[in-house]
Design a protein around this ligand. Structure first.
Ligand code: AMP
Length: 281
């Protein structure tokens, strides 16, 4: 089923809820790949019906060119989702259907989770993400919503968002799907050559080396030096940031406390393609 109209979708959801079906929501921006399908399959472990929204959200782009060039292939996205699981409902609203004539991000106080890493390098992005998800939760009213750990800051933000708004939806994180080399699957990978794809394996590899150094009780500065030297020796990859941050408040740390859990976060450029990844330490 492919629905563009919010009211039509709401009617469908009400009908399914009356039948005691569990409804999941997987928000996406389309250009779907295998990583998205693992997220949808993960959602189907908890839900009878999964609504996959496909909406390229203008308020989360801080670069007009990026928004304009964002790949769109609705028919193949739809076909992929339907062949994957026919209990999928595709919701693809228009910009006007979501925002009316006010295409504007709301300001949220997400605190420390949006201050560093992606928050530092993509200004305004997270308010745009919060705005669209608040709208989607209002329209769809799913029981559960699923987000990839690949965008870990986003996942943390959504958990915070539902605390702020009081929306009654359970937010669930899904493990990152990776290629054989360990590279996190992403629509941006389609813009890389074979050689660049090989080189980009360093992102996950260096996160793993950092994790090993972390467990060998090296100090943070030493771990950062190890990661930097791996990138310095690489061919086509430029490291934008590498941080070790507490898994709850996402504040980068300079010193480890034994009772906390941590994750390593990274962004790197291959040519003009920006790739991000993170793992639990
Ligand atoms: P996007 O369309 O890029 O906004 O992504 C939609 C959802 O898919 C987000 O929750 C992402 O975190 C998730 N996602 C993207 N890539 C992957 C991946 N490789 N593994 C698992 N989830 C992913």
């Amino acid at each position: 089923m492919d629905i563009t109209d919010s009211q039509k979708l709401q009617k469908e959801v009400v009908k399914l809820k009356e039948q005691k079906k569990i409804i999941g929501l997987v928000p996406t921006m389309g250009a779907l790949h295998h990583g998205h399908l693992t997220l949808v399959d993960f959602a189907f472990q908890y839900c009878d019906y999964v609504i996959v929204s496909i909406f390229v959200n203008p308020t989360q782009f801080n670069n007009a060119g990026d928004l304009k060039n964002y790949p769109k292939n609705h028919q193949s996205d739809y076909d992929l989702l339907m062949s994957n699981n026919p209990n999928t409902i595709v919701f693809s609203p228009s910009v006007e259907g979501i925002y009316g004539n006010q295409v504007q991000a709301e300001e949220f106080d997400f605190g420390s989770i949006v201050q560093y890493m992606e928050g530092q390098f993509r200004s305004g992005h997270f308010n745009g993400v919060g705005t669209i998800l608040k709208h989607l939760f209002d329209i769809v009213k799913p029981h559960k919503a699923f987000f990839g750990e690949k965008d870990y800051q986003q996942l943390a933000l959504v958990k915070k968002l539902v605390q702020i708004t009081g929306q009654d939806v359970e937010v669930i994180g899904c493990p990152t799907s990776r290629t054989a080399s360990g590279l996190a699957e992403s629509s941006r990978n389609f813009r890389l050559t074979e050689k660049q794809l090989d080189e980009a394996a360093l992102i996950h590899l260096s996160l793993q080396k950092a994790k090993a150094a972390f467990h060998a009780e090296k100090d943070i500065q030493e771990i950062k030096t190890i990661v930097k030297s791996l990138f310095d020796a690489s061919q086509g990859l430029d490291l934008e940031y590498f941080e070790i941050a507490a898994a709850d408040d996402l504040v980068p740390v300079t010193q480890i406390k034994s009772d906390n859990s941590y994750r390593g976060f990274m962004a790197a450029f291959s040519g003009d393609v920006r790739l991000i990844d993170n793992i639990a330490f």
